[in-house]
Design a protein around this ligand. Structure first.
Ligand SMILES: [Cu+2]
Length: 709
């Protein structure tokens, strides 16, 4: 009876696979957008002459509009670009009275602290923001300022010892916007007491700082929740750090993450390619702060996500421990039973994380967001303001090399060598030849860019595996991987999670040491990545160049490192790799694949314990994964995160559900108890699609003594 049920379900697989594409291209929406392009009004400040990027729709297409500063012809989006020539900074000469915002590196506590009381005078002003070069692209946004000082992005940091009473005076100098202020209250915050400030209004209040931790305050010019705050007011955030009586960690640094969009980009994601400027402490890569450490240093960083987007934060080359985690409202130290070690941790909007790591190998390393759109080199302020099309930008992208093809949420660090270096293994290396190729035969008939392994004769020029072939390496044995580029453009491959030397790490123009930087792999050229994996586990390899195109189109695969305790038995070890849907998905976030399929299925046997190795490498999604049926979630036991084994205290049976962002992996032990058809649901948090993996559990074929001993 059970067998018949299984067959029935199997034959219904294609019909039962629900493939939702909430953001499917809509020709009417396209037309509407084209029409909207002629219906923008740019709102000017009271002083006139500069754009605060508050864009509203007007009835009339094009034509003349009267503003305080005179007449401005607003026609198509093309003329919006004309209003902002290549260097929008030119406009600042006309507005010498708009203060320049300085990027806030969160090292200076704001206000005056005396006798356990902090006196702080803030104002909200319009400021000219330079998120990139000091003389580069800029725009005017509302910003927070300490009275008597330059406006800061992010806003002034409130940093006080536990027990401090904070007296704040805050004035809204904006001529038109009503301001809604959140988070200037005692931690933990149990109720969001919003302070409203009418244009020109000043308010003052006092609160006790409360519990130690990392938090932030934020403001908006409307009733938006944090997830909705993404336009010009998105830079109205400041850190709140409450230090414990036991003192502070010397050298610890604080990073506030912000995301800013133009209104057109934010139209409910109706555009296929919403573009976001993502900043750390007010700046976008490569203009973010650079750090220099010495091999073996212990680094303490606090991350605070003030933005409306999630960020899977990935550290190259090293594991980090999340020592504390929280939100803008409350913060707690991690407990020994929590899974805290990883190389990627996804921060949803409003969350905070304190982390610690030891960079114990020299060279250049990165910590960055793993969403391709948050590190893509085309997401510059100029491109956002000018609304350049992707096609336009790709035409010029050949001129970008290495570091300059990235922008956004990236921190770079140089680690100086200290002491004796680990010598390379002298054992005969394991040799692999990995080709990067195009194929017209990708998912759903779309063209793909991906990997294929050469075994013997060279594979056909148009053969590509989706996902890439699983690479098996041995712990402690040198691997020598020749990556051959058969694409028309440059590429580079990152061995994600590998604790290896910097040079083969895969970031062209950055990985390596001074004078010895890894180059991008040119068309018809190759690169030899040579390294020794020091740890067995589940890892990833993927493109680290033009990821919106390359990783989305199929340049991803699982990298499994084995040793005597971590073998890979195809009967037991089941890889579940969540990837993008192939080219055609270059920019939009809709769609995903699992193990290269739109109808993934897995056949298991009741009573056998499997290791599910889940690899999340869709570069534009965060997903909730759940194993069960319609009515219940099953149980599994996590055993590793990002390739690192968990401690016994962390490795306990629990409900089989997990949240993962791009770049995370997890190993879970699962024993199906009885035959049936179950599923692993993979649902995106925001991108609007979900994809179930059918789990077909057969009756056990083993003769087991069910009666026990
Ligand atoms: Cu991000």
């Amino acid at each position: 009876m059970e067998a018949r049920e299984l067959r029935l379900q199997s034959s219904e697989l294609p019909a039962s696979v629900l493939w939702m594409r909430k953001y499917r291209p809509d020709p009417n929406a396209e037309k509407q957008q084209a029409a909207n392009a002629r219906e923008f009004k740019l709102e000017y400040s009271a002083k006139g002459g500069y754009v605060v990027l508050r864009v509203t729709h007007v009835k009339k297409s094009g034509g003349r509009m009267r503003t305080r500063s005179g007449l401005l012809l607003v026609g198509t989006i093309a003329s919006l670009g004309a209003a902002f020539p290549r260097s929008p900074g030119v406009a600042s000469a006309k507005n010498p009275d708009v203060a320049r915002a300085i990027p806030n590196d969160n090292r200076r506590p704001a206000g005056t602290l005396r006798d356990g009381k902090l006196e702080l005078k803030l104002e909200i002003v319009n400021a000219r923001w330079y998120p990139e070069a000091e003389d580069g692209a800029n725009t005017v946004v509302p910003a927070l300022a300490e009275v008597g000082r330059a406006p800061e992005i992010p806003g002034p940091m409130i940093r006080v010892p536990e027990g401090t009473s904070v007296h704040v005076t805050i004035r809204n100098t904006l001529a038109r916007a009503q301001i809604f202020l959140h988070g200037l209250s005692t931690r933990p915050v149990t109720r969001d007491d919003v302070v409203k400030l009418a244009p020109g209004e000043t308010k003052e209040f006092t609160f006790l700082a409360g519990a130690p931790g990392s938090y932030f305050y934020w403001a908006s010019d409307g009733h938006q929740t944090m997830n909705e705050r993404m336009l010009s007011d998105a830079m109205l955030s400041g850190a709140i750090i409450v230090d414990p009586k036991s003192g502070v960690i010397p050298g610890e640094r604080i990073f506030l993450v912000g995301v800013w969009r133009t209104e057109r980009d934010a139209e409910g994601y109706s555009r296929a390619n919403p573009r976001e400027l993502v900043v750390v402490n007010g700046r976008s890569w490569p203009y973010t702060e650079r750090f220099t450490f010495t091999q073996g240093d212990t680094v303490h960083w606090r991350w605070i996500n003030t933005s409306s987007a999630p960020h899977p934060m990935h550290l190259h080359g090293f594991y980090f421990d999340a020592t504390r985690h929280g939100t803008w409202l409350a913060d707690t130290a991690s407990s020994p039973t929590e899974i805290t070690r990883g190389n990627t941790r996804t921060m949803i909007p409003g969350t905070t994380m304190s982390m610690r790591f030891v960079p114990d190998r020299p060279g250049n390393w990165l910590m960055h967001c793993h969403l391709a759109i948050h590190v893509d080199g085309t997401a510059t302020l100029t491109n956002l303001i000018e609304q350049r099309s992707m096609a336009d930008m790709q035409m010029q992208s050949h001129a970008n090399h290495g570091m300059m093809e990235m922008a956004g949420l990236i921190i770079g660090m140089h680690v100086l060598p200290k002491g004796p270096q680990v010598a390379a293994s002298t054992l005969e290396p394991q040799r692999l030849r990995l080709l990067v190729q195009n194929s017209p035969h990708g998912i759903g008939g779309r063209p793909a860019i991906g990997f294929v392994l050469q075994n013997g004769a060279e594979p056909a020029r148009d053969s590509v595996m989706l996902p890439g072939p699983t690479l098996f390496l041995e712990k402690g044995r040198r691997a020598r991987i020749t990556v051959v580029n058969h694409l028309a453009g440059e590429t580079a491959v990152h061995w994600h999670g590998m604790e290896i030397e910097s040079y083969p790490d895969g970031v062209p123009g950055w990985s390596g040491t001074p004078g010895h930087l890894m180059p991008a792999i040119q068309p018809n050229d190759s690169f030899i990545a040579e390294f020794t994996p020091p740890r067995a586990g589940t890892f990833i390899y993927h493109s680290h160049m033009h990821e919106l195109t390359q990783t989305n189109s199929g340049m991803f695969g699982a990298l499994i490192v084995t040793d005597a305790e971590h073998r890979f038995d195809p009967k037991i070890d089941k890889i579940i790799l969540i990837g993008a849907g192939g080219a055609g998905n270059v920019e939009n976030r809709a769609g995903g694949t699992i193990n290269g399929s739109l109808a993934p299925a897995l056949e298991l046997e009741a009573g056998t314990t499997y290791k599910l190795r889940i690899v999340m490498i869709h570069p534009q999604a965060t997903v909730v994964i759940r194993l069960g049926n319609d009515s219940s979630t099953f149980q599994w036991t996590p055993v590793a995160k990002d390739g690192a084994d968990l401690t016994p205290a962390q490795s306990t049976p629990r409900a089989s559900t997990v949240f993962m962002g791009a770049g995370e992996t997890g190993d879970f032990l699962y024993t199906p108890e009885r035959p049936g058809v179950w599923r692993i649901d993979v649902r995106t948090r925001a991108a609007g699609w979900w994809l179930p993996v059918q789990i077909i559990v057969r009756p056990s074929t083993r003769r087991t003594d069910l009666g026990g001993s």
